[in-house]
Design a protein around this ligand. Structure first.
Ligand SMILES: [Zn+2]
Length: 141
């Protein structure tokens, strides 16, 4: 069996699995259930508090083909692709090492196209501070 890092193996896959982020999870659940998802979200916090996990869950929730309430099903094609990091419409950028003009040009080129598969294009953009004490995640354009 292929080795899988612990943070990937145990990453929360649903809003209900997020630990210690009840208010955030409920706020995002309400937005998804009511169809009032904002065009961008900013997640900030120390390393390991769930910024990336929350962004991925939100990306799955808004693109899930068989959503139960606000929770993504976790088994449809969109959920599986987003969870595996293979979704063409989910762009994750480590801005700590991709902060040059060429990278920003590339990002601008990629975000202007309509989603290929998912209903919405999601982007997770981490700042240089993310590795230390901050983070930026922008799902749903
Ligand atoms: Zn799904």
């Amino acid at each position: 069996m292929a080795y899988q890092t612990l943070y990937l193996k145990y990453r929360s896959q649903r809003f209900g699995e997020l630990v210690g982020q009840d208010a955030i999870a409920q706020t995002l659940r309400n937005a998804v259930e009511q169809g009032r998802v904002a065009h961008a979200y900013l997640f900030s916090g120390v390393r390991g508090t769930g910024k990336t996990s929350t962004a991925r869950i939100l990306a799955k929730a808004i693109n899930c083909l068989d959503r139960k309430g606000a929770e993504p099903c976790g088994v449809c094609a969109n959920c599986v692709e987003i969870a595996s990091g293979a979704a063409v419409d989910l762009i994750e950028i480590d801005a700590a090492s991709n902060r040059g003009i060429d990278e920003i040009r590339d990002l601008r080129e990629r975000v202007k196209y309509l989603p290929a598969v998912c209903g919405l294009r999601a982007r997770d953009h981490r700042t240089a501070q993310d590795s230390a004490d901050g983070g930026l995640a922008l799902p749903a354009l």
